[in-house]
Design a binder for this molecule. Structure first.
Ligand SMILES: C[S@@+](CC[C@H](N)C(=O)[O-])C[C@H]1O[C@@H](n2cnc3c(N)ncnc32)[C@H](O)[C@@H]1O
Length: 302
């Protein structure tokens, strides 16, 4: 999902749709799953799914869905967006992801939420590669793709696959990061900056791209879609963190999980990594101005 130094929901501001009890049901289901599975599949993805609920739900007013549509959520992870949409509207939703253990968890959480979903919605989960989608041509009316294209080594191949499985007139809603849109003041400590740089270099070495936001409209238009709209969703926040905060622990656990690969790739020596990580974990309580920008592309299959 986001970079290792990612979001702090306590600092979130701006319009938040329907923040009432309704979403608390979903948040509780995730929290209960985490309580029962303290070492869940997908590393820190579940913690991040929980921590970023407010930001994710700010997307909902931008995502139109018609009644009774077939929806594919590509790279669904723990399926938060799929479940939010299947709660809000009547959809036949399919979540596809390459990680079978994460998908099994998503299916179990969706099962617990069956009464909470729209009474005529359904949710099912299919393991598969986004570069070779396991669906027939023209299977879906709507696609959602959140924080996924940044991870794909061959994004244009994915665009071709998405075009194939969508019906004529179908819409794709694609949300992703562009780190060029980020601002932070005061700047991160040298230790945090070194770790973030190494973490991003790992993602890039695996074929990922944290500047993908600016490229989405080119990828989709050259892949045969019509670009129906493109929006910058920017959020300015006053972020306050202390060492024991969940958001700080999430950052340090994501960095720790990347240690082996960072060292293996020679991006930082073991001792240097450990010194930097200890410095980040023990940074005193601090407040920062932070802007993060996401790009939301709406594309239609002609
Ligand atoms: C950062 S998570 C985003 C999850 C979800 N969309 C969300 O908003 O919470 C990216 C997901 O994409 C999946 N993924 C990445 N590359 C994939 C591929 N080539 N095929 C299938 N799934 C993939 C990962 O397993 C992971 O669950």
């Amino acid at each position: 999902m986001g970079r290792a130094g990612g979001e702090d929901p306590r600092g979130a501001s701006g319009p938040v749709p329907d923040p009432g009890e309704d979403w608390a049901v979903l948040d509780r289901a995730y929290a209960e799953y985490l309580d029962g599975n303290p070492d869940p599949p997908g590393g820190s993805l579940l913690a991040q799914t929980i921590l970023t609920g407010r930001q994710r739900r700010a997307l909902l007013p931008h995502l139109e869905a018609a009644r009774g549509v077939d929806l594919i959520d590509a790279g669904t992870g723990f399926a938060p967006l799929l479940l939010e949409l299947a709660h809000r509207d009547e959809v036949r939703a399919v979540g596809v992801d390459g990680d079978g253990r994460v998908l099994a968890a998503a299916a179990s959480i969706a099962g617990r939420l069956s009464d909470w979903l729209h009474p005529r919605s359904s949710a099912r989960f299919v393991q598969g590669d986004l570069l070779s989608l396991p669906f027939a041509d023209a299977s879906f009316d709507v696609a959602t793709v959140r924080l996924v294209v940044q991870h794909l080594a061959e994004p244009q191949r994915f665009v071709g696959e998405l075009l194939r499985v969508l019906r004529p007139g179908a819409s794709a809603f694609v949300v992703d990061v562009d780190d060029g849109l980020g601002l932070t003041y005061p700047p991160p400590s040298p230790e945090r900056a070194a770790l973030e740089e190494a973490f991003d270099a790992c993602q890039a070495a695996a074929g990922g791209d944290r500047l993908v936001g600016r490229k989405l409209s080119t990828y989709f238009s050259s892949g045969g879609f019509e670009v129906a709209g493109i929006e910058l969703l920017a959020e300015a926040r006053h972020v306050v963190t202390a060492p024991a905060d969940a958001s700080r622990l999430l950052v340090t656990s994501r960095l720790a999980a990347a240690r082996e690969e960072i060292v293996r790739r020679g991006l930082l020596a073991e001792e240097e990594f450990d010194r930097c990580l200890a410095a980040v974990a023990n940074e005193p309580a601090s407040a920062r101005f932070r802007v993060e920008g996401l790009i939301l592309l709406t594309a239609r299959r002609p």
